[in-house]
Design a protein around this ligand. Structure first.
Ligand code: 4NP
Length: 156
């Protein structure tokens, strides 16, 4: 199964989601079931490594960040089975492609649909403007949600 995590810049939230999902899948002995990637709806940071604060929180938790930022492209709708957005703005950006087929729309989910503690708040907040606390909070939110997402996908 191919899963794409999407945020705005692909330097804070979605690289963490990619790394955490990979980590949890490996822990569950399921690494070989998934191809995981991430990208941003915007291209401003394309080619850059994750934000230093993203790298710090990933290192504290022992999860590996592997790639540089890239922008979402239309072909991702064909290439991935599941497209998991960090917030509702990302979803509306993804769905704004005018000629989107229903089967492509159906692939788009919000990560916090899987958060048992979401309490009606479906956005992973953008930690870009805040301090390290925000990155730790986002890490915990993504980890809880990614675990439920993984458990929701049946083993082959
Ligand atoms: P991300 O965070 O979408 O979680 O990667 C952001 C990174 C950069 C910007 C916005 C959000 N920016 O405006 O440059």
């Amino acid at each position: 199964m191919k899963i794409l995590f999407v945020c705005l810049g692909n330097i804070c939230r979605s690289p963490l989601a990619e790394a955490i999902f990979n980590h949890l899948a490996a822990q569950a002995g399921r690494a070989n079931e998934f191809i995981v990637d991430s990208c941003g709806t915007g291209g401003w940071h394309a080619g850059e490594p994750p934000d230093p604060r993203t790298r710090a929180v990933a290192q504290q938790h022992g999860v590996a960040l592997k790639r540089r930022a890239r922008q979402f492209q239309r072909t991702d709708f064909n290439d991935f089975d599941l497209i998991v957005a960090m917030d509702r703005e990302n979803v509306s950006d993804l769905l704004s492609f005018s000629t989107l087929k229903p089967e492509h729309r159906a692939k788009v989910k919000l990560l916090r649909e899987f958060d048992p503690q979401a309490d009606g708040n479906l956005d992973v907040p953008d930690p870009w403007y805040g301090g390290p606390d925000g990155f730790e909070r986002v890490y915990q939110m993504i980890e809880r949600s990614a675990k439920e997402l993984l458990d929701s996908i049946p083993r082959p």
